[in-house]
Design a protein around this ligand. Structure first.
Ligand code: CUK
Ligand code: CUA
Ligand code: CA
Length: 638
C-alpha cells in the first residue's frame, strides 16, 4: 500500500503526512521540527498532576530495593550504567572502552589486557561511543550471564560478566567502520538443545573500501558494509557477510533462524542526499543456518590482514530463495530501529523519515527462503502511520507496541493485530490506542522485560535526546532526560524525569531475580593472587622488580618497600578482606596510579620507577576508622 492513497485515521491527523516530496524537504522537516520545540518549549501537559494520579509509585522508602535492574549504554563515557528500576537510581558504572579513575580501568594490567594497549603501554583508545546494550538469553528470557555493548567509534564490542558486573573481553571487528546495532541470538538455528545465546550479531553502518588501505579511497562505488557474527563465549569473530547497503540496528528471532538489520542507506550513498534518495530502503534478513553452511563449505573470501571468513550476501548472489543467505524486505525511506515482538512473530521497523511502522511476519520470511512464498514483500503484514519520526519500539506482552516519535516528541501506543487488520483493509480498526507527550525528542525506549517472552508491561523508559526546560539550567550543555512511564493501564502515565549525562542510547530492564551476583571475589579468579600476607615482599630479577602486597583493614602487608630508580616495577595487590563491601584503594602520588581492590580481588600495575623519593601509597577508599592511616611508603632510591 502506498503512503499517499491511504485514508487518514482519526488518530493520525493530516499534519503527519509522509514527507515524500524532495529529499531535501524531508531533511528540512527533521531539522525544522527539532527547532520547533527549542528553546522556549511549552510546558508539558500537567506532568505533576499525571504523576500524582499514577497507580504505581516509583518512590521507594529508605532501604527498599528496586524490583528491576536497568542496564544502560553509557554513551561517550564508554561504560555501562546499572540502574535500579523503577526508581531510576544509578547503582554502578562499569567501565569498558575508556579509562575510569575510580576502578583504575586503563591503569591496572588486568584492565589493559581487556582494553588493549597503545605503543606506550596505555589504553589503546581514550574515546568511545556506546549505543546498544543487550544481554544473553535462555528459553526466550535473559539468563543473567552476559551483556554486550558496542563502541561505534572504533568498532569494538565489549562483554560484561553479570556475576561480577565487570567487562571481561573486548573484540575489535575487522573490515568494519561505524559498528552500530548489536543483538545476541536466542537459540541455535539447527540444534534445539542450544536454547540459549551463543552468537552476537553486529551491524556495520559506514561503508568503506575493502581492504581499507588507501587504495580505493576515492572510488566510492567500492565502499561496502559488513554484518558480523561474534562468538558469545570466545568473543572471536566467527564470520561476516558482505551486503548491499548498510546495517543500522539488529534484531534476532526467538528460534535462532533469523537475524535482521534495518538499512537506511540501500543507496550506498556517501552524502545524506544520496542516502535518502530512494523511496524505500530495507530490512535485511540473514539466514543463519545457511550462512554457517556456506562458511563450512569454504564459500567465502577474506579481506586484508583479517582471516575472518566473509560470505557474499549481496542482491546479485542471492536471487534464488532456495539458496539465498540474505533477503531484502523493502521498508519506507530511511528506517531506524528494528525490534522483535515478545510473541516471537514479528520484527517491527520504525520509519524515521516515514511516519510509519512496518511489521514483518517472520514465518513468511522463512516461507520465502523455503520457496513457498513468491514475493518477499508479502511478509509485510502491516505498514501503518503512527506519527512523525518513529525511531524505536518496545512491547508490553499484551499485543501492544510503544514507538518513540522523535519529531512529535511523543510516545505512541499501538496494537499490532489491529494494525494488521487495518493494513488488510479493515478501516474501522483503531490501532492507535494512546499518545503521550515526552520531553523531548525521544530516541530509544524499552519496557520492563520488553525484548523477552516474559514482557510484563509495567514500566516504560524513554531516552529523550533533549531536556530543554525540564531541569535547572546549567549552561549551554543540557543533560538528557530519561523518563519513566507507567504502562500497566490503558493510558500511559508519566512518572518521572531523570537527568543523565550524554549520551546513552539503548537500555534493557529486567526482573531483579535474573541476576545472581557474587558479592566478593573468588581468590582463584586471579593466577597472581597472594593468598598469605607472609608471601609479601620485593622480588628482584635484574631491573625487573615484583612487589607483592596484601591488604587487610587497616593495613597493607608491608609498611614500606624499596625499589631503585629505573626499575620496572610490577606491583601485585590482593585484598584479603573477605567481608562484603570492604573495598580498599591503592593510590601512588606522581605515578599516575590509582585503583580499587574489592574483597578477595587481585590487581596489578606495572610502571617504571623513574622518580626517586618517598611516595606515600595510600588507601583511597574509605574502609575503616583508620582508613586515613592505611598507607605504605614506596621508597625509590636514586
Ligand atoms: S541509535 Cu541512538 S536513538 Cu545508535 Cu540505537 Cu536510535
Ligand atoms: Cu583501606 Cu581505606
Ligand atoms: Ca535511504
Amino acid at each position: 500500500m502506498s503512503q499517499s492513497n491511504r485514508p487518514e485515521t482519526e488518530a493520525v491527523p493530516a499534519r503527519r503526512k509522509f514527507l515524500n516530496t524532495a529529499a531535501l524537504a524531508g531533511l528540512a522537516g527533521v531539522v525544522g521540527c527539532t527547532e520547533k520545540a527549542a528553546p522556549v518549549a511549552t510546558p508539558a501537559a500537567a506532568p505533576a498532576a499525571a504523576s500524582a494520579a499514577a497507580s504505581s509509585s516509583i518512590h521507594l522508602k529508605p532501604g527498599e530495593l528496586d524490583s528491576y535492574y536497568g542496564l544502560w549504554s553509557g554513551g561517550h563515557n564508554g561504560d555501562v550504567r546499572v540502574l535500579g528500576m523503577p526508581s531510576g537510581r544509578e547503582l554502578l558504572r562499569i567501565p569498558c572502552f575508556r579509562p575510569d579513575a575510580l576502578v583504575g580501568w586503563g591503569i591496572t594490567n588486568e584492565s589493559l589486557d581487556v582494553m588493549g594497549r597503545n605503543a606506550k603501554g596505555g589504553p589503546l583508545y581514550n574515546v568511545a561511543d556506546t549505543h546498544h546494550l543487550h544481554a544473553s538469553y535462555k528459553n526466550g528470557n535473559y539468563d543473567g550471564r552476559y551483556a554486550w555493548v558496542n563502541d561505534k567509534i572504533n568498532s569494538r564490542i565489549a562483554r560484561i560478566r553479570l556475576d561480577y558486573f565487570i567487562c571481561d573481553k573486548i573484540t575489535t571487528l575487522p573490515n568494519v567502520q561505524g559498528f552500530h546495532g548489536i543483538f545476541p541470538d536466542k537459540a541455535d538455528p539447527v540444534d534445539p538443545a542450544i536454547n540459549y545465546t551463543t552468537r552476537v550479531f553486529c551491524g556495520g553502518e559506514f561503508g568503506i573500501p575493502l581492504p581499507n588501505d588507501g587504495t580505493d579511497a576515492n572510488n566510492t562505488e567500492k565502499y561496502r558494509s559488513l554484518f558480523s557474527c561474534v562468538d558469545a563465549e570466545t568473543m572471536e569473530v566467527r564470520w561476516q557477510v558482505l551486503i548491499d547497503g548498510n546495517c543500522d540496528l539488529v534484531a534476532t528471532s526467538y528460534d535462532g533462524k533469523l537475524a535482521a538489520t534495518n538499512q537506511y542507506n540501500t543507496e550506498n550513498g556517501v552524502h545524506y542526499e544520496d542516502m535518502m534518495s530512494a523511496e524505500r530502503d530495507a530490512c535485511l534478513f540473514f539466514n543463519i543456518a545457511r550462512i554457517e553452511e556456506a562458511v563450512k563449505a569454504g564459500k567465502f573470501k577474506t579481506y586484508g590482514t583479517s582471516n575472518v571468513p566473509v560470505v557474499d550476501g549481496t542482491h546479485e548472489a542471492n536471487k534464488d530463495p532456495l539458496t539465498a543467505l540474505t533477503a531484502y524486505v523493502s521498508v519506507p525511506k530511511n528506517p531506524h530501529g528494528v525490534n522483535a515482538s515478545p510473541d516471537g512473530k514479528y520484527f517491527i521497523c520504525a520509519g524515521k523519515l516515514s511516519p510509519t511502522t512496518t511489521t514483518i511476519e517472520l514465518t513468511k520470511v522463512l516461507d520465502w527462503f523455503d520457496g513457498k512464498m513468491e514475493n518477499l514483500d508479502d511478509s509485510i503484514v502491516a505498514e501503518v502511520e503512527v506519527g512523525l519520526g518513529p525511531l524505536h519500539t518496545a512491547f508490553d506482552g499484551r499485543g501492544n507496541a510503544y514507538t518513540t516519535l522523535f519529531l512529535d516528541s511523543q510516545m505512541v501506543k499501538w496494537n499490532i493485530e489491529k494494525a494488521i487488520a487495518f493494513h488488510n483493509g479493515d478501516k474501522s480498526a483503531e490501532y492507535v490506542i494512546d499518545r503521550l507527550d515526552v520531553h523531548y525528542q525521544p530516541g530509544h525506549t524499552n519496557a520492563t522485560q520488553s525484548e523477552t517472552m516474559a514482557a510484563d508491561g509495567k514500566y516504560l523508559a524513554v531516552g529523550c535526546k533533549f531536556s530543554k526546560d525540564r531541569f535547572l539550567p546549567v549552561g549551554p550543555f543540557h543533560p538528557e532526560n530519561e523518563q519513566i512511564i507507567d504502562i500497566s493501564g490503558d493510558k500511559m502515565v508519566l512518572l518521572a524525569d531523570h537527568p543523565v549525562r550524554g549520551e546513552p542510547h539503548d537500555f534493557i530492564i529486567f526482573k531483579r531475580d535474573i541476576i545472581k551476583t557474587k558479592q566478593v571475589y573468588d581468590l582463584d579468579e586471579s593466577p597472581l593472587a597472594i593468598k598469605d600476607p607472609k608471601d609479601s615482599g620485593v622480588f628482584r630479577d635484574g631491573k625487573k622488580v615484583t612487589v607483592r602486597l596484601t591488604s587487610q583493614a587497616p593495613a597493607f602487608s608491608m609498611r614500606e618497600f624499596t625499589v631503585k630508580k629505573g626499575d620496572e616495577v610490577t606491583l601485585i595487590l590482593t585484598n584479603l578482606d573477605k567481608i562484603e563491601d570492604l573495598t580498599h584503594g591503592f593510590a601512588v602520588p606522581k605515578y599516575n596510579i590509582q585503583f580499587i581492590i574489592n574483597p578477595l580481588e587481585t590487581k596489578s600495575v606495572t610502571f617504571v620507577a623513574d622518580k626517586p623519593g618517598v611516595f606515600w601509597a595510600y588507601c583511597s577508599t574509605f574502609c575503616h576508622a583508620l582508613h586515613l592511616e592505611m598507607r605504605t611508603r614506596m621508597i625509590v632510591e636514586a
